[in-house]
Write a protein that binds this ligand. Structure first.
Ligand SMILES: [Fe+2]
Ligand SMILES: [Fe+2]
Length: 373
């Protein structure tokens, strides 16, 4: 049975898609137009068994896909409502990949808020989509559907970071308490399961700036725990880590996610983010001066070679020093589709080579976090 709004395309001649599923992984495609639906279905065949459904159709398909691919205009409230209606089924898919035509932080954050595990902005890129579906760093198609679901801490934190970025873009006040609460959940999760489990889960489910913020927060928390900092300092640390790159919300994604070396103008634009983040956050009452200081100065180095204020030595507080080491390490071990993930020992060696810039005693103390926790 096929109509204009529903397409089922098993990869073999058997008309039952469940038979196809036993041969190839089953991917469910949702789109807001027949053209988009057809183009994605065509891109995924013949590697996957594909079923497609337009968002304005009744949610009929009941197969359990390992991945759902959604391509829709997320500025359209009807599309958002249609995706929300399917949220229970969406949650059962191991991979939930959103293709957003309009590359804005608001659309990307909307996708994460709707449950995306990965967002690919820009025009449909078949190679990128197939790579994301086949990516071994993502949950494998052999795993039982639902078995690799991110838990509440990852989803809460990713949603908090996404909504933080869209608040900046839209010029709206930030939900500071929700962001801090998400940080607390990460702290609980890492206390219970350790840092390695957090790194693996985050890298499996998130990309780009959101992944980076989640990794930095996790690394900073574990570093704080290993140093035995007081609970109040740990709270400051995870809040600062959650907020630290909020100034990047004003930088085009084409620069933030550029898979090549930045030119001098792009580098100069990136370097505006600590001060931009500080300027945005300072108008909020419930963000302490220590957190504001960490956001503004997380790219300063002890030898004065950092930015934006070329601080050096004692001007750089302990909280900032911990955050800076966590930030650099997390950036080095990020998972990106266009480059291999750097092993943790290699990343730690780079920190050790930054003589004069980072506090030596802290880098030494970080060894256990970097290599074995
Ligand atoms: Fe930064
Ligand atoms: Fe950062």
């Amino acid at each position: 049975m096929q109509n204009a709004r529903t397409i089922i395309r098993p990869v073999n001649s058997d008309s039952d898609p469940r038979a196809a599923q036993s041969v190839r992984p089953f991917v469910h495609v949702l789109a807001d137009s027949s053209d988009k639906l057809s183009s994605i279905c065509a891109a995924l065949e013949p590697q996957f068994a594909v079923a497609g459904e337009r968002l304005d159709a009744d949610a009929k398909l009941s197969e359990l896909p390992f991945a759902i691919v959604i391509r829709a205009e997320l500025r359209d409230v009807d599309n958002i409502a249609s995706i929300k209606r399917r949220s229970a089924r969406l949650a059962k898919a191991t991979k939930r990949i959103f293709l957003v035509d309009h590359s804005s932080h608001a659309c990307i954050s909307q996708a994460y808020a709707l449950g995306a595990t990965l967002v690919l902005p820009g025009l449909l890129n078949k190679a990128k989509l197939l790579a994301a579906l086949a990516d071994p760093a993502e949950p494998s198609s052999d795993s039982a559907p639902g078995s690799a679901q991110p838990d509440d801490a990852v989803e809460t934190a990713a949603t908090a970071i996404a909504s933080m970025f869209s608040s900046v873009t839209l010029g709206q006040p930030l939900d500071v308490d929700a962001t801090k609460e998400a940080g607390r959940k990460i702290a609980d999760r890492i206390t219970q399961h350790g840092l390695s489990e957090w790194l693996t889960t985050v890298r499996r489910h998130h990309e780009g700036t959101y992944q980076h913020c989640l990794l930095v927060t996790g690394v900073a928390i574990d570093f704080g725990l290993s140093l035995g900092v007081r609970r109040a300092d740990l709270e400051r640390l995870y809040s600062a880590a959650m907020f630290h790159d909020i100034g990047k919300a004003q930088i085009p994604l084409a620069i933030l996610d550029k898979p090549a070396r930045l030119d001098p103008d792009e580098r100069a634009m990136i370097e505006t983010h600590p001060a931009a983040g500080y300027d945005f956050l300072k108008s909020h009452d419930n963000i302490s001066p220590e957190i504001l200081d960490a956001v503004r100065h997380h790219h300063e180095y002890l030898d004065g070679s950092g930015y934006p204020d070329a601080f050096c030595g004692e001007s750089i507080k302990d909280l900032v020093r911990i955050l800076t080491i966590s930030d650099i390490f997390a950036a080095l071990i990020e998972h990106r589709h266009y480059k291999p993930t750097m092993p943790r020992p290699d990343a730690y060696n780079i920190l050790c080579g930054m003589t004069g810039k980072l506090e030596k005693a802290l880098v030494t103390a970080f060894k256990e976090v970097a290599l074995s926790r």
